[in-house]
Design a protein around this ligand. Structure first.
Ligand code: APR
Ligand code: PHB
Length: 393
């Protein structure tokens, strides 16, 4: 026996993209079903970046989930780049008139879940074997099993918000889908520690031993990273080894302010740039990590996802008001911004890391790039403009 359900938009994936989309659509009176192969606790436990562009904050305000963000988020007017211990501040406020908000993605996800649950959103967690059918038929369907029971959802549209490892992107025929990818030859080892941040703003550091990033979650909780080898495992990195390496890469002046302590989370993430085109195939629309991945340098992942979702929510809303122009334009419009995020994340990654294969020439190029940034307001403004986020349209 197959259980059948009906909705306007079936959303695959309850990460930030799927949750925000369901919220914006609910606000517009559009019915959605959201499914995920994991459960709420698992999704909320994933640790990701924590820098929100103003456009992202605006989207969360529009969705009605920005209350705690404004109470607990930390507005940042600048950040620093460091090269062999020499620090250069990028004054976001002065250079662009804008700032960013430091607020963990985990918290954004919690806020979205709280509101969706409060409003009675239909969720299906722990689903298996999700398949998409009829994408070009006018009667799209999503099928899955839950606790051994087969379920079929018929809908007007499907939103593929199921991240890089999801099934939605794979439902686009291979002769239609074009992918672009770059895998970086290192990872980031990240820790969370209940100690005040070493600096009141973020520091991205390039040191001969590799990249380091000093970030934070609050005035008493720090999020720190070091570039590590792809073959490294978390067990290879004791807290003692992490602190020694992190302090060395920040340089003695900065490290003098470093407060160390036992880490309570430690994980390794690979770095990848990836784009899939187009972001629409018939009734299927991709958003967020399902369509694109950026390396974390510059913290664009969540911001890029939110920009997609804003465009997509507006497009569905216009559709149900009788205008399809925005739906037709979605893929091209989203991709134009995605490629800008890709370019910036790639550029900042190239500038700030040690590339094992690179010779002395490439190192001198990084050095010259950094010297140019320090001496040229235009060069610094270019970084600042991208860091605070390019306009949505
Ligand atoms: N079926 C159902 N759900 C799936 C499937 C599947 N086959 N595959 C993946 N999912 C779910 C995952 O369990 C996850 O909860 O889709 C969700 C995708 O969430 P994210 O990976 O967080 O992607 P997205 O919502 O686009 O978020 C973009 O968050 O993931 C970070 O780095 C990313 O910052 C970026 C932002
Ligand atoms: C983080 O706080 O986790 C973070 C901040 C900035 C980045 C990446 C990660 O560029």
């Amino acid at each position: 026996m197959t259980r059948t359900l009906k909705t306007q938009v079936c959303i695959i994936g309850a990460g930030p993209s799927g949750l925000l989309l369901s919220q914006l659509l609910a606000n517009a009176g559009i019915d959605t079903i959201v499914l995920d192969r994991k459960d709420r606790a698992y999704i909320e436990g994933r640790i990701r970046a924590g820098v929100l562009e103003q456009g992202t904050v605006t989207a969360l305000e529009e969705a009605g989930v920005a209350g705690r963000l404004h109470r607990e988020g930390l507005p940042h007017d600048g950040f620093e780049l460091a090269f062999d211990g020499q620090r250069h501040r990028i004054d976001l406020k002065r250079l662009t008139g804008k700032s960013v908000m430091v607020y963990g993605q985990t918290e954004v996800t919690k806020d979205l879940f709280d509101k969706r649950f409060e409003e009675g959103q239909a969720f299906h967690f722990d689903v298996e074997d999700v398949t998409l059918d009829g994408l070009k038929s006018g009667v799209p369907q999503v099928r899955f099993t839950k606790d051994g029971e087969a379920v079929e959802v018929t809908c007007d549209y499907i939103a593929g918000c199921d991240g890089y490892h999801g099934v939605s992107r794979r439902a686009i025929p291979a002769d239609v889908l074009k992918t672009y990818e770059r895998v970086y030859p290192f990872g980031w080892l990240g820790i969370l520690v209940d100690q005040p941040p070493v600096n009141h703003e973020l520091i991205y550091a390039n040191h001969a031993r590799g990249f380091a990033l000093a970030s934070m979650r609050s005035a008493t909780r720090s999020r720190y990273y070091v570039q590590c080898d792809l073959t490294d495992r978390v067990e290879d990195w004791s807290d003692a080894r992490f602190w020694e390496e992190f302090a060395t890469r920040l340089g003695p002046e900065t490290a003098a302010d470093l407060k160390t302590g036992p880490s309570f989370e430690k994980s390794i993430a690979p770095l990848r740039s990836f784009v899939a085109e187009p972001m629409r195939y018939g009734a299927l629309f991709l958003a967020g990590d399902a369509a694109h991945i950026v390396p974390p340098t510059g913290a664009k992942g969540l911001n890029a996802a939110v920009a997609d979702v804003r465009l997509l929510a507006r497009a569905f809303t216009a559709h149900y008001e009788g205008n399809d122009a925005r739906l037709e334009a979605y893929s091209a419009q989203a991709l134009a911004r995605v490629w800008q995020c890709e370019r910036f994340s790639w550029q900042l990654s190239m500038l700030m890391h040690q590339f094992p294969e690179d010779g002395a020439f490439a190192k001198q190029m990084q050095r010259a790039d950094f010297a140019y940034l320090v001496s040229s307001e235009s060069a610094s403004r270019s970084i600042a403009e991208n860091y605070v986020g390019l306009p949505l349209e």
